[in-house]
Write a protein that binds this ligand. Structure first.
Ligand code: GLU
Ligand code: ZN
Length: 496
């Protein structure tokens, strides 16, 4: 049997971690089995539909870099892959069930249903939902009333007094008394649109879906789906409900925990490789003592028995760690290209929005080696190297003073540092370090004490990217200029 699975989002919101996890697991499962991964748009909820969410879906997956084999944009043998283009199929299937007496027309008014709800609430009724009022209406009478222009819905006639059983690939045997399933749910609405349940079951069947991997919140719908498959006379696909994704407080992951939409992660400077790698581990374990996997490696390793039953906990710090790992793997040029939009927006090259000139571009790329080990998000990069593009404000004299030294000694060390700048700018790291170390020994100070005032003068801060690389990138002329200004500042105050 050829494995076919699918991601079936409803375009009613931005793509978020949970959806991407579902899509990714389906993609990886298909990859691992040589199967096909299908995208189907479940856009029948027209009140919540927004074309911007469809665009967001395509943008997100283009950015993440994994593709479906069949889908609205790619076509395929069982299209169309957009449910709103398949309405007549659902109508046909719902009517066929009515004809066989397995579903029925219901003409209950909204007022009647509302009154029913109120009464059930008032009586704290055990059984809630539709009271199966129209269940005995004959197919012919229903069809005649519809033909006469009356508005009605089609409801499923749930076989009562039976138990529905199915096997979930992850959760094992599940059984549900039919009487406890949503009472005779609507399949086709009065405007002729299907409900989620009808469209989902009909499409999974017509599209030859062999495996349904979806979020665990859909589990309560599955007994109903299994009943529908049976009434249609179809085999149902293998079901596998994926572990929940929680925040660290054990509640379902939501905006309260932090970013959840992929757009937001992207804006903060996460790399697609890091997101994919981290999300692939949300609810699955590969147990190889290895953290970093490419999409291909994941596809080769994925299997349903690697899924965990326990909920996955989304750890933002772990994701940031992954991101840092992937940032370090980038070449300087690749990292510069990824970080450039953040630098432009942060006004690194002039007013925010200003593109770099060729010299700035070169400095920016060369600066990547200085910060690669020191950031976990692309967004952090501009501020770390802003001092390379504009003179930083000169801090107050106290800022220059290394621990346990005084201002007078600091001035002397700064002057010594100033005289070392030219040779330092010409030396590679190891030689530069040897050179400055030797000088520190001669002066009887710690290496850090000689470097600190220099660092503050050149970068405006006591904490900065590596000093020697900074001096090389600034060049001797700009370095000397900053040191002279710093010396002037430090000399402008009287000794304490
Ligand atoms: N359209 C549903 C959703 O938004 C699909 C659920 C399923 O996979 O069956 O997630
Ligand atoms: Zn009714």
């Amino acid at each position: 049997m050829k494995i076919r699975d699918r991601y079936a989002p409803s375009p009613t919101g931005l793509q978020h971690i949970g959806g991407v996890r579902t899509a990714l697991f389906n993609y990886l499962f298909a990859q691992s089995q040589g199967g096909a991964f299908i995208l189907r748009l479940e856009d029948t909820d027209r009140t919540r539909f927004d074309a911007a969410f469809v665009q967001n879906l395509y943008d997100t997956f283009t950015w993440l870099g994994f593709r479906w084999d069949e889908g609205p944009d790619r076509g395929g043998p069982v299209g169309p892959y957009i449910q709103s283009e398949r309405i007549s199929l659902y109508q046909k299937h719902a009517q066929a069930l009515v004809q066989q007496g397995l579903a029925y027309y219901c003409f209950c008014s909204a007022e009647r249903l509302e009154a029913l709800r109120e009464e059930q609430a008032k009586n704290h009724a055990q059984e809630t939902g539709y009271d199966r009022h129209c269940r005995t209406l004959s197919p012919d009478e229903g069809a005649a009333r519809i033909a006469a222009g009356e508005k009605g819905v089609i409801r499923l006639k749930i076989p009562l007094g039976e138990t529905t059983r199915f096997n979930d690939q992850l959760l094992g045997a599940i059984e549900w008394k039919n009487d406890a399933v949503t009472p005779d749910p609507v399949l086709l609405k009065s405007d002729g649109f299907p409900t989620y349940h009808l469209a989902n079951v009909v499409d999974d069947h017509l599209m030859g879906i062999s495996h349904v991997l979806r979020a665990q919140e859909w589990l309560p719908s599955t007994p109903l789906h299994v009943i529908m498959y049976r009434l249609f006379g179809w085999d149902h696909p293998v079901f596998c409900h994926l572990p929940m994704v929680m925040g660290q407080d054990g509640k379902k992951l939501s905006k309260r925990h932090g970013a959840t939409s992929i757009d937001e992660f992207r804006r903060q400077g996460y790399l697609s490789e890091a997101l994919i790698n981290y999300v692939a581990l949300l609810g699955a374990s590969y147990q190889e003592g290895k953290d970093l996997y490419t999409l291909e490696e994941l596809g080769a390793r994925f299997s349903l028995d690697k899924l965990n039953k326990a909920p996955a906990v989304f750890d933002y710090q772990k994701l940031a760690w992954y991101n840092g790992q992937y940032i370090r793997m980038k070449s300087d040029a690749a990292l510069a290209a990824l970080a450039l939009p953040y630098a432009v927006e942060a006004g690194l090259f002039g007013e925010p929005g200003t593109a770099p000139d060729p010299a700035q571009c070169e400095t920016f790329t060369a600066a990547m080696v200085l910060i690669k080990e020191r950031v976990s998000l692309l967004k952090e990069i501009p501020d770390k190297i802003r001092y390379l593009f504009a003179d930083p404000p000169i801090p107050a004299p106290a800022e220059f003073i290394p621990k346990k030294l005084d201002l007078q000694r600091t001035r002397e060390l700064l002057a010594i540092g100033r005289d070392m700048v030219e040779p330092l700018a010409a030396l590679p790291d190891p030689e530069a370090e040897a050179f400055i170390k030797e000088r520190a020994v001669q002066e009887g100070v710690k290496l850090g004490d000689l470097m600190m005032p220099l660092r503050v003068a050149l970068t405006g801060s006591r904490v900065s990217p590596p000093l020697f690389g900074t001096i090389r990138l600034l060049g001797p002329a700009r370095s000397l200029e900053r040191l002279d200004r710093a010396l002037a500042t430090c000399r402008s105050v009287a000794f304490p």
